[in-house]
Design a protein around this ligand. Structure first.
Ligand SMILES: NC(=O)C1=CN([C@@H]2O[C@H](COP(=O)(O)OP(=O)(O)OC[C@H]3O[C@@H](n4cnc5c(N)ncnc54)[C@H](O)[C@@H]3O)[C@@H](O)[C@H]2O)C=CC1
Ligand SMILES: O=C(CO)COP(=O)(O)O
Length: 347
């Protein structure tokens, strides 16, 4: 790293954007947080708090907040995106040419249809001149904001970019590990949201601890099977952006996807469950995208199929659980065979 301080801009003033921007500002990094809403921007500037998304969390007074996206991006060397996947492309579309030569890091955990595109794919299309990385791991915004210890993964083929992100974001409370498997890290972050909905349902239904453990473990098997089929490294799923993020999202009531599942398990409809959350739960859209893709690709994903049947095909929960529990009993750790074969045998 050079002596010059890297200037950062965070796009998106929801839970995660606010948290990341506040964290970096508190470390003395020059940070500007961009958001759309003038009222929220004025509140953050005046009271150092985002009462809509992060009530009760004080932000560092050095954090600059703006509603002028073009000015914020122009002044930055590194741009983090913390925008829901549904709006990711439209936000990038406005600033694509401005991002040439800059570091762009997506923190968004979703997939775009049509095309089954990762957020880094969209960034590559909308900002072809940018250097692109993704950030993912067990990173519940509220825990990061209270200073709980955790870690995350920055993934890019560009190792110098990973090092810059580690320098800007890493601290004694947040370790930033590097990976070159951008696709696997991104897939892990998106897929685990679906399984968090299932885990939330299981919790609301009062299921046992054995059941919850089985669900998380079989979720890992299912998401890894899909990801490996799609070209990701199986090893990535043993790391923070795979099993790490899966565990936290499936176990914590702070997860919004878990909360949606919990509300569903209490008997609320999907619309009610999403409406009462008031924040993004990416797993709902990812479930639709994943069901379609796994059908097209012929990848066996019984948990995805089951949740899709409950949420979008009006099938009763009992019937789905009955089907899952009476399906053929196959191998436990199935890709041990895949990992031990040579690259040639894999093809
Ligand atoms: N909150 C968390 O703990 C974490 C969230 N993420 C990911 O970060 C992404 C963003 O999530 P959150 O910040 O949690 O969501 P959120 O629901 O807390 O906030 C979303 C923010 O995006 C803004 N927004 C929506 N549409 C927009 C548009 N067209 N233009 C500009 N801003 C727009 C909203 O106004 C709001 O400020 C998601 O993909 C999520 O999976 C990743 C890691 C942790
Ligand atoms: O991705 C997250 C934690 O790593 C946040 O999960 P939720 O979006 O379910 O809150």
């Amino acid at each position: 790293m050079t002596d010059k301080k890297i200037s950062v801009c965070v796009l998106g003033g929801g839970s995660f954007g606010t948290t990341l921007a506040g964290l970096m500002a508190a470390r003395g990094v020059p940070v500007t947080l961009w958001l759309r809403d003038e009222k929220v921007a004025a509140e953050i500037a005046g009271e150092h708090e985002n009462k809509r998304y992060m009530p009760g969390f004080k932000l560092d007074a050095r954090l600059v907040v703006t509603t002028d996206m073009h000015a914020a991006v122009a002044a930055a060397d590194m741009v983090f995106l913390a925008i829901p996947s549904s709006a990711f492309r439209s936000v990038l579309h406005d600033i694509g040419p401005q991002l040439a030569g800059k570091d762009v890091i997506s923190t968004t955990k979703g997939i775009e249809q049509p095309g089954f595109l990762m957020m880094s794919d969209i960034a590559g299309q909308e900002a072809p001149g940018a250097r692109i990385a993704v950030l993912s791991g067990p990173n519940l915004a509220k825990e990061i904001a209270t200073g709980e210890l955790t870690a995350t993964v920055v993934a890019s083929e560009d190792q110098a970019l990973c090092s810059r992100v580690q320098a800007v974001l890493g601290s004694r409370r947040l370790r930033v590990y590097a990976s070159q498997d951008k696709y696997g890290v991104e897939l892990g972050g998106a897929l685990k949201n679906v399984y968090a909905i299932i885990s939330g349902m299981a919790a609301a239904l009062g299921m046992g601890e054995n059941t919850k453990s089985m669900l998380i473990t079989r979720s890992l098997a299912e998401m890894s099977r899909f990801a490996v089929h799609m070209g990701a490294s199986p090893m990535t799923f043993l790391g923070l952006a795979g099993v790490g993020d899966l565990i936290v999202t499936c176990m914590s009531p702070l997860s919004r996807n878990y909360q949606v599942g919990f509300a569903l398990g209490q008997g609320h409809t999907l619309d009610e469950s999403v409406a009462q959350l008031g924040q993004v739960a990416e797993g709902v859209n990812t479930l639709k995208v994943l069901k379609q893709k796994s059908d097209e690709e012929g990848v066996y994903m019984p948990l995805v199929t089951g949740l899709h049947a409950i949420l979008f095909e009006q099938q009763p929960l009992d019937a789905v659980i009955g089907r899952l529990m009476s399906a053929e009993q196959k191998d436990d750790v199935e890709f041990s065979a895949f990992m031990s074969c040579t690259p040639l045998e894999k093809e």
